[in-house]
Design a protein around this ligand. Structure first.
Ligand SMILES: O=C(O)CCC(=O)C(=O)O
Length: 312
């Protein structure tokens, strides 16, 4: 189990916030894609729920360019304690004419009896709040929970204040990751304008259970983008990254530096080249360290780079 802040926050509170993951220019591009989609489908009313876009990657496939953001993938890997796999994509665009609130709900859907003993968060949602979260833009509201807490019934009306609730605030372009077991709601903002939320559900590659909200990202344009971005391909296809030694890597597919150095050092014992005859050894004693170590480390890193390039 990891001690990164996102993972600790999710274990302790059921959610974490990654501030300003996306730049203002990226946020404007996202908003532009949603505005263009709204035009293309005949300018639907934003009343009640707003414009729901599900599955997002089938409706606006170019949004896939934002899904394999390194910082988000790393945090997901820490929270899930496994390499993340994309299982659902969706979005909601709302404005001042939409409902004042989305009522309390959670997305757990699996056997609740297992919550008390589960060793980790098995499935999360992540949402990117393009214009941020505040009273003005409309906050996400959550009831913090610990990993092994039960999901108790909502003690208040769906749109009522829940004692202990927390309104999450975040700057534009931030991402909130939260446990599917977290009770949450959302409020309309006090300002005029569109509130853009897009995101996903994710599980670890090792978590095979189906979920009623799973949806597909299959689309020819997404296939093209996957070819151009191996991280996106791994995220959508849920394939573990292979290391240069052919072994599956864990979490976000990254090998730890300490592991690489150890392997390189062990390899250095057998890679010393040159003339090893008795005479040659007499003339110039064999130097195993550091030259052999450096050489084999370079060989190993070259193999890692080559294997990454081949996979790409
Ligand atoms: O609009 C929001 O901030 C909440 C979204 C939500 O309830 C959900 O993604 O399940």
């Amino acid at each position: 189990m990891t001690s990164s802040k996102p993972a600790r926050d999710c274990l302790e509170n059921g959610f974490c916030m990654l501030p300003s993951v996306f730049s203002p220019a990226e946020c404007d591009r996202m908003a532009g894609m949603f505005d263009a989609h709204w035009e293309a489908i005949g300018r639907p009313s934003m009343q009640e729920f707003g414009m729901a876009v599900h599955p997002l990657l089938q409706k606006i496939p170019d949004m896939a360019t934002f899904y394999a953001k390194r910082q988000v993938l790393d945090a997901l890997a820490e929270v899930l304690d496994d390499q993340p796999r994309l299982t659902h994509t969706g979005a909601r665009v709302s404005d001042e004419s939409s409902d004042a609130r989305i009522g309390w709900h959670e997305h757990y859907s699996w056997d609740r009896a297992g919550l008390a003993s589960r060793p980790k968060v098995e499935r999360v949602l992540f949402g990117c709040y393009v214009r941020g979260l505040s009273d003005q833009t409309g906050p996400l509201v959550v009831v913090p929970r610990k990993l092994n807490d039960a999901i108790n019934p909502c003690p208040v009306g769906s749109n009522d204040h829940w004692p202990g609730e927390v309104a999450v605030s975040a700057p534009p372009g931030s991402v909130v990751i939260f446990d599917t077991a977290l009770w949450h709601a959302a409020r309309r903002g006090t300002s005029v304008g569109r509130r853009y939320l897009w995101g996903a559900h994710c599980q670890g590659v090792g978590e095979a259970r189906a979920h009623p909200e799973d949806n597909s990202a299959a689309h020819p344009r997404v296939e093209e983008l996957k070819k151009a971005d191996p991280a996106l391909r791994r995220f959508i296809d849920g394939k573990r990254e292979q290391s240069a030694t052919g072994r599956e890597t864990q979490k976000g597919g990254r090998l730890k530096l300490s592991t690489l150095l150890c392997l390189a050092f062990i390899a250095s014992m057998g890679i010393e080249g040159g003339d090893r005859s008795r005479n040659a050894r007499k003339k110039e004693p064999r130097r195993v360290y550091p030259s052999g170590f450096v050489k084999s480390a370079m060989t190993y890193f070259r193999a890692v780079a080559l294997s990454s390039a081949q996979r790409a």
